[in-house]
Design a protein around this ligand. Structure first.
Ligand code: ATP
Length: 256
C-alpha cells in the first residue's frame, strides 16, 4: 500500500501540490485524473522518490521514503516499474536491450538469464519478434508496449503509468488498456495510472482520484464516480467529453 500524507511541493515559489493526501490500495488500479498542469506527474514522481516533498510524506509498504538511507530507497525503488510519458525508451538500444536495462541495474541475473526474462516480457506484451528493432523502427503503440515490458521486467509490486495512452488512436489505446488490466490481474500488481482519457479510466480503474488546484479534490470507486455530484469533478469529466452516471453510455464506452 502507498500512503501519501499532506504532500506539499513548490517550484520557484509556485505551489504545485498543496497538501495532497491519498491512499493507494494494493492489487488494484488507481487512476489519477486532473487538468493539465494540476500536478499529476509531480505527484507520481514523489511516489517513487524521484522528487522530494517540501512537506508531508510518502509511505510505501510502511516505509516513509524521507527516512530511508540511499540503499533502503534503492530497495523500495526496486518495487516500482514506471512507464513515463512518451515511453522514454533509449533510442540507441534495441527493444530487448531496453527491457534488459533494469534487469542489469536492479538484479543479479547474468546476461543469459536477463535475455530470457526480457524475451518473456516482450511475449507478455505480445511483441515476441520485435526485440531486435530500435525504438525508431516501432510504432507509437509498439514503443509503449516495449516500455511496458521494461516496466514489468523486474516483477515490480507497483507499476506507475504516466498517460500510457496519450497520442495513441482509440483502438491502440484500448489495446494498451487491456494490457494494463491483464498485467495487473495476472501479475497481481498495484497500478497507478495518470490519464486524461475518461474512456480509458472507466475501463481500467478500481479507484479514481481527482487532483485539482494542487489538492486531492475528490476520490472514490468507479461506482462512486458514476454517482458523483461534485460540480468541479463533473465539469472536468464533461470537458473530457464523458458522461458519467449514464449506464448506456458507459456500456458503450466499455466496448468501444
Ligand atoms: N522539475 C520542475 N521544475 C519546475 N516546475 C515543474 C517541474 N516539474 C513540474 N513543474 C511544474 O509543475 C506543474 C505541474 O506539472 P505536472 O507535469 O505534474 O502536470 P500534469 O498534471 O502531469 O500535467 P499534464 O496532464 O499536462 O501532463 C506545471 O506547472 C509544471 O510546469
Amino acid at each position: 500500500m502507498i500512503e501519501v500524507r499532506d504532500l506539499e511541493k513548490s517550484f520557484a515559489g509556485r505551489p504545485v501540490l498543496k497538501g495532497v493526501t491519498l491512499t493507494i490500495p494494493e492489487a488494484s488500479t488507481t487512476c489519477i485524473i486532473g487538468r493539465s498542469g494540476s500536478g499529476k506527474s509531480v505527484l507520481l514522481k514523489h511516489l517513487v522518490g524521484l522528487l522530494k516533498p517540501d512537506a508531508g510524506r510518502v509511505i510505501v509498504d510502511g516505509a516513509p521514503l524521507d527516512d530511508l538511507s540511499y540503499s533502503d530507497l534503492r530497495r523500495v525503488r526496486r518495487k516500482f516499474g514506471v512507464l513515463f510519458q512518451g515511453g522514454a525508451l533509449f533510442d540507441s538500444m534495441t527493444a530487448i536491450e531496453n527491457v534488459e536495462f533494469p534487469l542489469h541495474t536492479f538484479t543479479d541475473l547474468n546476461a543469459r538469464e536477463a535475455r530470457r526474462r526480457a524475451l518473456e516480457c516482450l511475449e507478455l506484451v505480445e511483441l515476441p519478434d520485435m526485440g531486435k528493432k530500435t525504438p525508431s523502427e516501432l510504432s507509437g503503440g509498439q514503443q509503449k508496449r516495449v516500455a511496458l515490458a521494461r516496466a514489468i521486467a523486474i516483477e515490480p509490486a507497483y507499476i506507475l503509468y504516466d498517460e500510457p495512452t496519450s497520442g495513441l488512436d482509440p483502438e491502440t489505446s484500448r489495446t494498451i488498456d487491456e494490457l494494463i488490466e491483464r498485467l495487473g490481474r495476472e501479475l497481481g500488481t498495484t497500478s497507478v495510472v495518470i490519464s486524461h482519457d475518461m474512456h480509458s479510466v472507466l475501463r481500467i480503474a478500481d479507484h479514481v482520484a481527482f487532483l485539482h488546484e494542487g489538492q486531492m479534490h475528490w476520490s472514490g470507486s468507479v461506482d462512486d464516480l458514476h454517482a458523483a455530484t461534485d460540480p468541479t469533478l463533473l465539469r472536468f469529466v464533461r470537458a473530457n467529453e464523458y458522461q458519467i452516471g449514464n449506464p448506456s453510455r458507459t456500456a458503450g464506452a466499455a466496448s468501444s
